[in-house]
Ligand binder design. Structure first.
Ligand code: EPU
Length: 420
């Protein structure tokens, strides 16, 4: 098992280039299933989750050619419709092949994704949306089996107990592109990744309007063609480097980031005392050594992203004073708390809030990553901890951060991967 070793104490300084968005790339690759023709996806991140989606497409009989700059996807005449457990169980986002398979093949059999350390992740909203379009759905031997001779446009309210759902919105949009008539999705997710998916679908010839708002309208078309698309930059990777600069008292210029996608995080960090200068698509982040504590509540976009909660907690851990971090998207997403406490943080949980009593310093320790964003938080904590931090289970990091260690080293951090 690999480890990442961090020697704390160096402020991050310099320029870093953000990669393409993982969470935009995954549903866009799934959307390629909606045509027999070739689509080209550029600017994608080189990550394990993207490899998994490529393996799922290949398992579905799709030809996928991968080079460093682009992925070329050609479904051709393949009529396979089963996304197998072995692949789906390793990545929940695989569920987003359900909508496109149903739309084009009229049948989809996708393994139920199963549990996840960030809490229960049901798919009821995905299924509700597909049923509203006319699909018959049953759960059989651990698989979702969805069938529909014809899909018909419908008015669908897609809000859930924890707000809107990003992948359910994507799935229902994709399922409805060929549906007869008009589909209206209400309480749709407004995340930039949904907007990017809609842009890709429209380039393929779909008629999707309103993405980025809570009401999305899809007018059914007869067929789609291939498209060429460059995915948006990864806002969570950008946010992670912002916190990296903030936690180390550094000075980092972040390139390839859409500033408008980062407003909630930038606003909170400004309140904490971080200084931002925006220019020409780049963001310069400068932080004083001492910040102020801020309270954070995660919410669907444009609120503060749940995918930045753990990183923000690492920052607040070393910001003297009390801050309260409340998780409203995944109320159980707190596996990183005990690991941060092993490094000397003072955090205790009260329901879906973490009360963080910021300390002056952390001390390096051997810690275990539990999920992607939790791993990022432990690496950030390691950057300021005294001595060495050893983060295990770094395969979580590889799912969502492209060459994180190299990028941190380029910014002056003392980080290396130890292969065991
Ligand atoms: N939910 C339901 N029913 C559903 C679907 C979701 O109750 O059918 C609930 C979830 O349990 C959660 C809330 O709705 O409480 C929001 O979940 P959502 O469906 O939006 O999450 P997702 O689409 O499965 C994507 C990202 C996650 C990110 C969330 C929230 C991808 C591949 N994944 O997941 O990213 O945390 O949106 O923004 O896009 C990550 O990158 O580390 C990651 C976990």
């Amino acid at each position: 098992m690999d480890y990442v070793e961090i020697k704390g104490g160096q402020p991050l300084r310099g320029t870093v280039q953000v990669s393409g968005s993982k969470n935009a790339t995954l549903p866009i690759l799934a959307a390629c299933l909606l045509t027999s023709k070739t689509s080209v996806i550029r600017g994608y991140p080189h990550l394990r989750d993207v490899d998994t989606m490529i393996r799922i497409l290949r398992a579905l009989g799709v030809s996928v050619r991968v080079s460093y700059q682009r992925i070329e996807v050609t479904p051709g005449k393949s009529r396979k419709f089963v996304a197998p457990y072995g692949l789906v169980s390793t990545m929940r986002a695989s569920i987003c092949v359900l909508g496109p398979l149903l739309a084009r093949q009229h049948k989809a059999q996708v393994s139920l994704p199963g549990g996840c350390v960030i809490g229960p992740r049901p798919i009821d909203l995905h299924l509700k949306g597909l049923k509203a379009l006319g699909a018959q759905i049953r759960i059989e031997h651990g698989y979702v089996v969805a069938e529909a001779k014809v899909l018909k446009g419908s008015d669908i309210y897609l809000g859930g107990h924890f707000g809107s759902s990003v992948l359910a919105t994507g799935n229902v949009i994709m399922a409805s592109v060929f549906a007869k008539g008009r589909t209206l999705i209400e309480d749709a997710a407004t995340e930039p990744e949904v907007v990017d998916l809609a842009e890709f679908l429209n380039k393929m010839g779909a008629r999707v309007q309103g993405a980025g708002t809570h009401v999305i309208q899809v007018d059914g078309v007869d067929r789609l063609h291939g498209a060429d698309h460059t995915v948006i930059p990864d806002r969570i990777e950008a946010g992670t480097f912002i916190v990296g600069a903030a936690v180390t008292g550094g000075d980092v210029t972040i390139k390839n980031c859409r500033l408008g996608h980062l407003n909630a995080a930038v606003d909170k960090l400004q309140q904490a005392g971080v200084d931002f200068v925006r220019s020409d698509g780049a963001l310069r982040v400068r932080a004083p050594r001492r910040l102020k504590p801020v309270d954070v509540t995660t919410l669907p976009y444009p609120g503060f992203p749940t995918d930045m909660q753990a990183q923000m907690m690492a920052l607040m851990s070393v910001t003297p004073g009390i801050s309260v971090i409340t998780e409203k998207v995944y109320p159980d997403r707190f596996m990183h708390v005990s690991e941060l406490n092993r490094m000397g943080s003072h955090i205790f949980l009260e329901g879906s809030s973490a009360i963080v009593n910021g300390v002056k310093s952390l001390s390096g320790a051997q810690v275990m990553a539990s999920d992607l964003r939790a791993s990022a938080a432990l690496v950030l904590a390691g950057l300021v901890a005294e001595g060495k931090t050893l983060v295990s289970r770094v395969y979580h990091l590889d799912r969502g951060y492209e060459t994180l260690e190299q990028k941190l080293v380029q910014l002056g951090a003392q980080v290396r991967r130890i292969k065991k």
